[in-house]
Write a protein that binds this ligand. Structure first.
Ligand SMILES: N[C@@H](CCC(=O)N[C@@H](CS)C(=O)NCC(=O)O)C(=O)O
Length: 234
């Protein structure tokens, strides 16, 4: 029986199956990257809901795993050398799971780096910029009289969608014919922008035909549909 007692997070969110990978998350655009990946892989895992609306990601037990106080985070009882490992930052977790399983990261060296490049594009560009659109369009920032911050992030998001649209021209997935962690990282964010954030018209989404077709392709994957709901509040 695996012992997770060296991870304080397991005292607040106890494992029913300590031999399975433990996911601490919520089904936000960053959270679902990991649940989609785990669903795609079919790895046994246990999902724990961390309610960021109740500041649970700032609890000392959570911050003992992620000092940055944000979901998602994991503990894999079967980490390197068979020893447990804790990880945070969704991009790092996707890379870890891809390397562990040999899936969703191309074997070809050049394609592998291309995938990592587009994963970083999501982490450094799409996520932060779309997130600001959410803040200024849907959440507290909506009330701000000065609309320039909203406009800045809308313009930047449109620009990023244009970059993605050109990259997707002529093929099904971000780095070509292979579905990779770059797609897994990006699908939830694009979906969230036009659904939960209600920014479809604001960013002129329908002008990005390649992105729209790619999103539809991604959303038709059963693992993506399942991952988008894990872990949910209800
Ligand atoms: N770069 C981080 C970002 C994680 C992140 O921003 N998570 C949000 C939810 S999408 C969060 O936990 N927010 C709660 C808070 O900031 O208190 C990652 O990709 O893992």
């Amino acid at each position: 029986m695996t012992d997770l007692s060296s991870f304080p997070i397991a005292s607040r969110w106890p494992a029913k199956h300590p031999d399975r990978l433990q996911l601490y998350s919520l089904n936000t655009p960053n959270g679902v990257k990991v649940s989609i990946m785990l669903e795609e892989l079919g790895l046994p895992y246990e999902a724990h809901l961390v309610d960021i609306g109740k500041n649970e990601s700032k609890a000392p037990e959570f911050e003992s795993l992620n000092p940055n106080g944000k979901i998602p985070a994991i503990v894999d009882p079967d980490g390197p050398g068979g020893q447990p490992i804790g990880l945070f930052e969704s991009g790092a977790i996707l890379l870890y799971l891809a390397e562990k399983t040999g899936r969703f990261l191309p074997k070809d060296e050049a394609k592998r780096w291309e995938t990592i490049q587009w994963l970083f594009f999501q982490m450094a560009g799409i996520g932060p910029m779309f997130g600001q659109v959410g803040f200024f369009h849907k959440f507290a920032g909506r009330e701000y009289e000065d609309k320039r911050p909203l406009q800045r992030y809308v313009d930047e998001s449109k620009r990023l969608l244009g970059v993605l649209d050109r990259q997707l021209a002529g093929h099904d997935w971000i780095v070509g014919d292979e579905y990779t962690i770059a797609d897994i990282a990006t699908l939830g964010w694009v979906n969230n922008l036009i659904t939960f954030y209600g920014a479809r018209e604001l960013v002129g989404f329908d002008a990005f035909a390649n992105v729209a077709a790619w999103l539809e392709r991604g959303m038709s994957r059963p693992a993506v549909q399942r991952g988008l709901k894990i872990p949910s509040r209800d």
